[in-house]
Design a protein around this ligand. Structure first.
Ligand SMILES: Nc1ncnc2c1ncn2[C@@H]1O[C@H](COP(=O)(O)OP(=O)(O)OP(=O)(O)O)[C@@H](O)[C@H]1O
Ligand SMILES: [Mg+2]
Length: 216
């Protein structure tokens, strides 16, 4: 992996607008030439992130998703700055905005978007993808009105479709954010799961269990 100096690291992080930061520093920058720079902090030595850094997982996961036909970012450059103990990943920005932002801006299309999200989840699950960072801030509405995924470092790909327990876990990932829960609840969990089940080709026994889990 490419090593960069502290000076180069600082130069990269000041090359655009800060989109996300926390108490440890800048996390996401949008550059003036439409790229996204994302940094990953090495939190602990000898953790799983030490042996398999999140920046690399991010790159590998996006490649796996693209290969399976999902829309997501494509990593251009990945580097490590030893002095900062941070990895840097650079990728072209996908045009569009997050579902969370679109819902705030134009609530009228929520039904179509949530149906599409249910279909996207069904396709991910059929392909064995457990996308743990699933929430409305990590799904982009692209200019062609289809949905794309960002923030892909926390994900696992299995060789067969997800089990019922894994599917339930993934619905719970989505429902843990109160603002996302509210939107889906207003749309109707029943409608959301019905759209999902139609696309997921689950047998009726599994469908029943899934509905029961969400008390429908
Ligand atoms: N490829 C992209 N195209 C457009 N916008 C993006 C893209 N990648 C990131 N963004 C914007 O940057 C924001 C933050 O990016 P991202 O979700 O990857 O990081 P994060 O949420 O800060 O990370 P984490 O979930 O690990 O804390 C997104 O909500 C989105 O608005
Ligand atoms: Mg995010």
């Amino acid at each position: 992996m490419e090593k960069i100096s502290q000076e180069e690291f600082q130069k990269l992080l000041t090359s655009g607008k800060v989109l996300e930061q926390d108490s440890f520093g800048i996390k996401v920058v949008e550059t003036n030439d439409d790229r996204i720079i994302k940094t990953f902090r090495l939190k602990r030595l000898f953790s799983s992130a030490f042996f398999y850094p999140y920046a690399l997982r991010f790159k590998h996961n996006s490649e796996k998703l693209l290969k399976k036909g999902f829309k997501t970012i494509s990593v251009e450059r990945i580097s490590y700055c030893r002095e900062e103990k941070r990895y840097v990943v650079i990728y072209p920005k996908l045009a569009g905005e997050t579902l969370r932002d679109t819902f705030e801006a134009e609530p009228k299309n929520i039904q179509k978007r949530l149906t599409d999200l249910a279909l996207l989840m069904a396709k991910l699950h059929k392909e064995g993808v457990l996308f743990r960072s699933l929430h409305l801030g990590n799904v982009l509405l692209l200019p062609d009105q289809s949905l794309g995924l960002i923030d892909v470092s926390d994900m696992k790909v299995f060789s067969s479709p997800l089990s019922l327990q894994q599917r339930i876990r993934n619905f719970n990932h989505l429902l843990r954010y109160p603002q996302d829960y509210k939107v889906i609840d207003q749309f109707g969990m029943n409608r959301f799961l019905t759209a999902y089940c139609e696309a997921a080709e689950l047998n009726s026994d599994l469908q029943k269990k899934l509905f029961l889990e969400f008390k429908i």
